[in-house]
Design a protein. Structure first.
Length: 105
């Protein structure tokens, strides 16, 4: 089973994201090269896709959008996002639970 790369950070956990903008459906769709793959409807323009990704992740991890920080990849499909106040183990458990419901984990 593939796993999402999750790094420890003094403020929480950092996860790798692979954005898939312009998708028909929205939400987590699996794992791609150690990154959590997220489908969003928006085109990658003016930060719209990043906003949707933040909204989806906030729901998955039970965080406010302000507790998510884009560390890298503002204009790239590959991003690193800091989940503030969440331990890497907790982040991994939540990702696995969601992927299981999709049949992707």
């Amino acid at each position: 089973m593939m796993k999402v790369e999750i790094a420890s950070h003094s403020a929480g956990a950092v996860i790798k994201i692979k954005a898939h903008p312009g998708a028909r459906r929205q939400g987590l769709s699996g794992i791609h090269d150690g990154a959590l793959k997220i489908d969003v409807n928006s085109a990658p323009e003016k930060g719209k896709a990043n906003k949707e990704i933040r909204k989806i992740l906030a729901g998955v991890f039970g965080l406010r959008q302000a507790e998510l920080e884009l560390l890298s990849g503002e204009t790239s499909q590959l991003k690193k996002i800091l989940l503030k106040g969440i331990a890497p183990e907790e982040a991994a458990a939540k990702i696995q639970a969601v992927l299981k419901t999709l049949g992707a984990g």
